[in-house]
Each structure stands twice: as C-alpha cells, then as structure tokens.
Design a protein around this ligand. Structure first.
Ligand SMILES: [Zn+2]
Length: 176
C-alpha cells in the first residue's frame, strides 16, 4: 500500500508560498522505491533540499540531493551503498492553454490555474540519472565484495563454460 501521508511531501503547493525564496526538505527512503520499483535501486536515504524562488509568473526550482542509495554490485551481486550527490535547476512557468509550450528539459510548463506541482517523478529521475554505469564495491572506501559469493559465482560460470564448450558439442556429433 502506498503511504499517502509520506508521498504528500512531494506535492509542492506553491500557491501557498509568498513571493520570494523558500527552502523545503524532502525525504527519500525505502517507501519511495517500494512505489517506484526498478532493477537498480532497492533502498535509499536521500535528503532533497528544494529551493523555490517564487516570482509573479515564474518559479525557479533547485533540487540538491545528498545521501545514499542501495544498488547491486556488478561483481558479487550484493548490496552496495552508493553516495549520491547531485543537483539540478528547473524553471517552472505558468502557460496559458492556447500558448504552445516550447520543448526544454529544464523548463517545466504548468497550466495557468495550477496551484501545486508534484515533484515525485522528477526526484525519481534525478536519482536514477545520478547512478553510475559501473557499480563495484571496491570503488567505494570501506566496501568490499562478498568473497564467498564471488567464488560461488565463479564456480557457476566455469561450469556453464564447460557445458557450452563447442569442442564438447562437436564431439557429440561424431559417429563412432
Ligand atoms: Zn561486490
């Protein structure tokens, strides 16, 4: 079940904010990734500082993310704690319906009458984009591959290689 109270924090009700600078804090944890399930991230402890600059017809949203996400090691397949640090700026504009909104990934267009902006998907994408291609325990201080898991996987791989060895396949086809 989705924790509605928890996910409410991602609904930024900017209409309630007076013009000027504001800072909000959002917490991304396991509940977030139980909803946004994916193959890469199983858990997280990420603090999102969201700086909102509200002007008359425009807002600037700055996301500063810092924390840890739990990934899977490429080598031993065990949990790896990745230190995440990323930031991104967006301009949020109120666009009248009839106006064609130009394409720009850092510019978000909301309907003129909008009073809130849900940043859940945006936060998910920012975290996902910050994940490295290579995920190996040894790259991070204080983390090590699970040695017994490694040798198990190695043994499995060798067995697989023997099974698929083309020389054995060729031998099978020789009629004696
Ligand atoms: Zn590992």
């Amino acid at each position: 079940m989705e924790d509605k109270v928890y996910f409410k924090q991602f609904d930024i009700e900017f209409v309630k904010l007076p013009l000027g600078q504001h800072e909000l804090t959002l917490e991304v944890d396991k509940r977030f990734f139980e909803k946004h399930t994916n193959d890469e991230i199983s858990d997280a402890e990420v603090k999102v500082r969201l700086q909102v600059e509200k002007k008359e017809h425009l807002m600037r949203f700055r996301f500063l993310l810092r924390g840890t996400v739990t990934l899977k090691c490429d080598l031993c397949l065990e949990a790896l704690l990745f230190p995440l640090e990323t930031e991104e700026d967006f301009i949020v504009k109120m666009t009248p319906k009839e106006e064609e909104a130009p394409e720009d990934e850092h510019c978000i267009h909301l309907p003129e009458k909008a009073f809130s902006f849900n940043v859940e998907q945006l936060v998910y994408e920012l975290i996902y984009a910050a994940i490295p291609m290579r995920k190996v325990h040894e790259d991070y201080p204080g983390q090590q591959c699970n040695a017994s898991m490694l040798s198990l996987l190695e043994a499995h791989q060798q067995k697989k290689n023997t099974e698929c060895d083309p020389r054995w396949e060729a031998l099978k086809n020789i009629k004696l």
